[in-house]
Design a binder for this molecule. Structure first.
Ligand SMILES: Nc1ncnc2c1ncn2[C@@H]1O[C@H](COP(=O)(O)OP(=O)(O)O)[C@@H](O)[C@H]1O
Ligand SMILES: [Mg+2]
Length: 243
């Protein structure tokens, strides 16, 4: 049984059909990357999984159980954490406080344990350790992204949804964010990653899917996607090279 399975899922925003019958699955332990141009429906897919957007039709099964009718809080408690597009770090809270908020789905854990776990996050995200007590608004984009991912991990999710973690970051910071994703994978957390940056997105993936205007057009392992000339020309940037 896959950890998560989307079955013929459609989502509408009024007249706009953002997702038109997509089916995909992620196995436990995998990193799966969802690629596609701006507006393809990548964020909508993640929002539907985490209960922020209600599907028009189709179903989402998590560990074999339908998520239909569940709200975002219930879905987080089942073990799905969503790091949304655009970071959303609370500006008036410190990095540590922002990270600790990620554990709010977990009952029966003491505040001191949560503080200890938040502190341990600064081993994985060592670049932000010096900024543990800095307020959110003072952090750079890359630092905010690391805080946002650390906050997602504090939920101890079975499935981590990452929406464009590289967006707007300098290349050297993008590499660091992707090193962290590799480390998250090594720790055994299953990840569904949304990316426009196909090269980076596939570099950490076991498999990938390509979305085009609300439909899945191709899937495969990273080398299959890279070596498919049509796919590369149409969806991955014509002159990109796997390296
Ligand atoms: N809240 C919304 N209201 C209306 N249309 C939306 C909304 N969010 C997204 N859309 C539309 O749905 C489509 C898919 O958007 P989105 O999932 O954000 O794509 P992506 O993340 O791949 O850039 C786009 O046409 C977008 O304009
Ligand atoms: Mg998006």
């Amino acid at each position: 049984m896959p950890l998560i399975e989307l079955k013929d899922l459609s989502v509408r925003y009024g007249e706009i059909e953002a997702l038109r019958g997509i089916s995909l699955s992620v196995e436990a332990g995998e990193v799966v990357t969802l690629l596609g141009a701006n507006g393809a429906g990548k964020s909508t897919t993640l929002r539907a999984i985490s209960g922020l957007t209600k599907p028009a039709s189709g179903d989402i099964l998590f560990e074999g159980r339908s998520l239909a009718g569940l709200g975002p809080e219930q879905i987080v408690r089942l073990g799905i954490a969503h790091v949304p597009e655009g970071r959303r770090v609370f500006p008036g809270l410190t990095s540590r406080e922002n990270i600790m908020l990620g554990a709010s789905n977990r009952s029966g854990v003491s505040k001191s344990d949560i503080a200890r776990e938040a502190d341990a996050m600064f081993d994985l995200f060592s670049d932000i350790r010096p900024f543990a007590d800095a307020l959110g608004w003072t952090l750079s984009g890359g630092q905010q992204q690391m805080v946002a991912v650390a906050r997602g991990l504090m939920a101890k999710p079975k499935l981590l949804l990452l929406d464009e973690p590289s967006l707007g970051l300098a290349p050297v910071i993008v590499s660091k964010v992707f090193d962290i994703i590799k480390e998250i994978r090594r720790m055994g957390t299953t990840v569904l990653l949304v990316e426009q940056n196909a090269r980076m997105g596939l570099s950490v993936a076991d498999r990938g899917y390509v979305l085009e205007t609300g439909k899945l057009v191709v899937s495969g392992n990273p080398s299959e996607l890279w070596n498919n000339e049509d796919v590369r020309a149409a969806y991955l940037g014509g002159h990109a090279r796997a390296s």
